[in-house]
Design a protein around this ligand. Sequence first.
Ligand code: HEM
Length: 122
Amino acid sequence: MQFKDGQILHSDNVFKAHSVKFVNAVTDSIELLDQPEKLKKVLNELGSLHEQKNIPISGFTMFGNAFIATIQQILDRECSIEIINFFSLFYNEGTNLMVEGYKNVNKSRPSMYNKVKDNSSN
Ligand code: HEM
């Protein structure tokens, strides 16, 4: 996966390995939903690690869109707006906690969840 402002996930193998780490992080986060303080700490630290790897915050929005598109594709006709809203909210809140761990950047970014809600009311 490559960005205009720099190469980040530079090969298919790195991308595939990261996809496994991403899915594991999603699973771990779901398991920590009943321990919000621990979840916050873990995701703040994960965000900090991404800052050290020079991952721009805009990358989370792009990655999130791919995540939601993948869920839609896998669930196909079983996919409802409620499921999409749940995962969008979950991803958005999770990445907000990751972004909290960034220390040296402008943290503002568009909310994916609001975008989904806006689309559903059209
Ligand atoms: C919600 C979104 C994301 C999650 C949950 C996530 C999760 C993770 C995890 C669990 C690791 C391993 C951390 C460790 O070694 O302790 C990692 C590393 C890394 N992530 Fe992410 N990541 C996300 C988004 C991104 C994005 C958007 C990029 C850039 C396109 C990215 C690039 C990297 C890189 C370069 C590493 C270090 C190399 C590696 O371990 O694969 N991540 N990420």
